[in-house]
Design a protein around this ligand. Sequence first.
Ligand code: FEO
Length: 172
Amino acid sequence: MLKKTVEVALNDQLNSEFYSAYLYMSMAGYFEHLSLPGFSNWMKVQYQEENSHTMKFFRYINERGGKVVLKGVNAPPSSWKSPLNAFEETLKHEEEVTENINELLDIAMKEKDHATTNFLQWYIKEQVEEEANVSNIIAKLKMIQGSNESLFLLDKDLAQRVFVDTTMGGTP
Ligand code: FEO
């Protein structure tokens, strides 16, 4: 059975994963509007990943006898200054998520909830991957420096991304 403090913190993070999904769907719309379907595809896959993160919390809370409590989701921004700016904001957002996951882990450890501590390791690893993926695209966008031809090639590259649900296994 989950302690109340842990249950509340897990629910907070579940709800926050919904915001992440919402943010990336908004970015997918922004890139679609810029006629960059590959960038939009990357964000749509990111949206699916965030939904899978939400569902992993959903399953875990229920498995431990807790109750899922949904909250309202804030409206995300709908436009950014440039593709680079959108990815910089993505990195900033993911760094905040990493901090939140670390705080959640601190709560589980303080409550000596070893099962939740173990469960959260998946998210700790996932955040390393998320930040690295976004940083890699930011580096490429900086190299491009406004070249439309290079942007077109990167768009084709990002169109290849496909969603793979890694939340059921042990590693991201
Ligand atoms: Fe759910 Fe992008 O971390």
